[in-house]
Write a protein that binds this ligand. Structure first.
Ligand code: GRF
Length: 203
C-alpha cells in the first residue's frame, strides 16, 4: 500500500492527529519529528509555520511534502497566526526553534496544547535572548559540568511554562559551545518525538 504521509496519514483506523510545527530557522527537529511519526506509521497531519521567509525549514518542508506557510511577526500581531491555527484546530502546537514570543490569544485558546523545547536545563539559561548558541556559550563560560533539554508548556513569558520533560548530558572541561550544541541536539532528536507521541496519546 502506498502511504501519502505528507498529506494525510490515517493508518489502521487510528484517529488522525493534527500537529502544527513552528520553527524560525533550520528545522532539524521539525524534520526529525516528522520522520519519527512516519517511521512509526502514526496517524497524523503536519503543518509547518515559520516567521522567516528564508528559514531552512521551508526547504525541509518541500522535500518532505509537508504544507508550510510563512507568517511574519507583523502578521502575528494582526491576528493571522491565530486565524490559521484556529482553522487547523491542532491537537498539538510544537515550537521547535521558534524564536518569537507566542501570541497570548492563542495560548488562551489552546490551553495545554502548546509546547516548546529549550536547549538547556530550565530554569537555568532561559528567558528573552537565551536561544541557540547564546545558551551553549553561557553554559561553557560558566564551566557547567552538565546541561540538557527542557520540554515545557508555553506561557506568556519566555521559557517559563510548566516543565513536561528534561534530559541531561555532560559537559567536558574542553567542550566548545559547538560541542555542547551537538550533544544537546542529539538529546532533542532522541526525546522530543517520543514526548510528543506520549502527549498525543494522552499518556
Ligand atoms: C533547538 O536547539 C531547540 O532546542 C531550540 O532551537 C533549536 C532549533 O534547532 N529551541 P533546529 O532548528 O531544530 O535545528
Amino acid at each position: 500500500m502506498k502511504l501519502f504521509f505528507n498529506r494525510v496519514c490515517k493508518i489502521e483506523n487510528k484517529p488522525m492527529k493534527n500537529i502544527v510545527l513552528m520553527a524560525s530557522g533550520s528545522g532539524s527537529n521539525a524534520e526529525n519529528i516528522i520522520k519519527h511519526f512516519k517511521e512509526k506509521k502514526l496517524s497524523c497531519q503536519f503543518h509547518i509555520i515559520t516567521n522567516k521567509k528564508d528559514a531552512f525549514v521551508l526547504e525541509r518542508a518541500k522535500k518532505l511534502g509537508i504544507p508550510a506557510q510563512i507568517i511574519t511577526k507583523k502578521e502575528n500581531d494582526e491576528g493571522i497566526l491565530l486565524q490559521k491555527i484556529t482553522e487547523i484546530n491542532p491537537d498539538l502546537i510544537v515550537l521547535a526553534g521558534y524564536l518569537l514570543l507566542f501570541p497570548s490569544e492563542i495560548i488562551k485558546n489552546f490551553p495545554d496544547k502548546i509546547i516548546n523545547i529549550h536547549p538547556a536545563l530550565l530554569p537555568k539559561y532561559g528567558g528573552k535572548g537565551m536561544y541557540g548558541n547564546f545558551v551553549h556559550e553561557s553554559v561553557v563560560a560558566d564551566k557547567e559540568t552538565e546541561t540538557g533539554i527542557t520540554i515545557h508548556y508555553v506561557s506568556d513569558h519566555y521559557d517559563e511554562g510548566a516543565i513536561i520533560f528534561q534530559a541531561k548530558t555532560s559537559v567536558a572541561e574542553n567542550d566548545t559551545a559547538e560541542d555542547v550544541a551537538q550533544k544537546v541536539h542529539q538529546l532533542e532528536y532522541e526525546h522530543f518525538p517520543q514526548v510528543i507521541e506520549r502527549l498525543l496519546s494522552g499518556v
